[in-house]
Design a binder for this molecule. Structure first.
Ligand SMILES: Nc1ncnc2c1ncn2[C@@H]1O[C@H](COP(=O)(O)OP(=O)(O)OP(=O)(O)O)[C@@H](O)[C@H]1O
Ligand SMILES: Nc1ccn([C@@H]2O[C@H](COP(=O)(O)O)[C@@H](O)[C@H]2O)c(=O)n1
Length: 227
């Protein structure tokens, strides 16, 4: 029987570097990168387009069935940068717009959404062709994969996060970006605590580290035969 895939779980606030770190780790290790935030974003994108009221259990269930099928079809270890496809449509860029970022918590705060997506993440990780999974989000170390082989909480100062995001977007209004990040964190923190490391979770402050240094530090925490 094939060995269970090894899991690295990464959590952290917006802009702390989860996706870039997970991308680099997955590339280096040849593992599957599971960007859970992307699937919350897909839910918000499709929900917004179809005007799905999160309180309408039937419409929400149909929406989540669709997201679930797209998630299940996304086992592409080694593909970086990752594309996000839904029924053949490439929504990689569409899920990153400021509108989706602003609306995602309307769906991500709903318990049914979290339960259905978490179940899909666990199924994907259990049956991936990859030898391991780097999963990143907000509740990955605590709820989705509390038994992961390695669990890391990435942190960075609000200033560092806003500076990085401004550079990423080519924006000069760093203060405005800092406000957007703080607002999204505030809404997300009402649902899960991703600022306090749970027992056994390694906390890594990336404010003064380059991306390469962050990846090296995490690889150093793996058993020697898995690096
Ligand atoms: N250690 C680092 N040093 C410098 N820049 C970094 C570092 N980590 C990430 N970055 C840059 O910061 C920006 C935000 O990183 P990233 O998108 O990975 O954060 P995130 O935690 O996934 O954010 P979100 O939760 O909003 O999706 C990117 O442009 C990335 O290249
Ligand atoms: N495990 C997770 C991951 C994400 N979310 C919600 O999705 C939003 C987008 O996530 P990004 O990582 O792409 O920024 C995020 O703001 C959360 O609302 C979540 O709840 N749990």
């Amino acid at each position: 029987m094939a060995a269970e895939p090894m899991i690295i779980a990464l959590d952290g606030p917006a802009g702390s570097g989860k996706s870039s770190t997970a991308t680099g780790l997955a590339r280096r290790l040849g593992w599957l990168h599971l960007d859970t935030g992307a699937w919350y974003r897909v839910t918000a994108l499709l929900g917004g387009r179809e005007d799905v009221d999160p309180a309408d259990a039937v419409a929400l269930g149909r929406l989540l069935d669709r997201v679930d099928r797209a998630l299940a079809a996304s086992d592409w270890p080694g593909e970086e940068p990752r594309r996000v496809l839904v029924d053949g449509e490439d929504v990689t860029a569409a899920i990153r717009t400021p509108e989706v970022s602003a609306s995602v918590s309307r769906y991500s705060r709903v318990p049914t959404v979290r339960e259905r997506l978490n179940a899909g993440f666990r199924r994907l990780a259990a049956r991936t062709r990859a030898p391991g999974v780097v999963a990143e989000g907000r509740d990955i170390t605590t709820v989705t994969f509390p038994d992961a082989s390695l669990r890391v909480l990435l942190t960075a100062t609000p200033q560092a996060r806003a500076r990085r995001r401004a550079a990423q977007l080519g924006e000069t209004d760093v203060a405005g970006i800092a406000r957007d990040i703080a607002e999204r964190d505030r809404r997300d923190l009402a649902v899960v605590d991703f600022l306090t490391p749970a027992a056994g979770v390694v906390s890594l402050d990336t404010s003064e580290l380059t991306l390469g240094q962050v990846i090296d530090r995490i690889v150093d925490l793996l058993p020697v035969d898995r690096r």
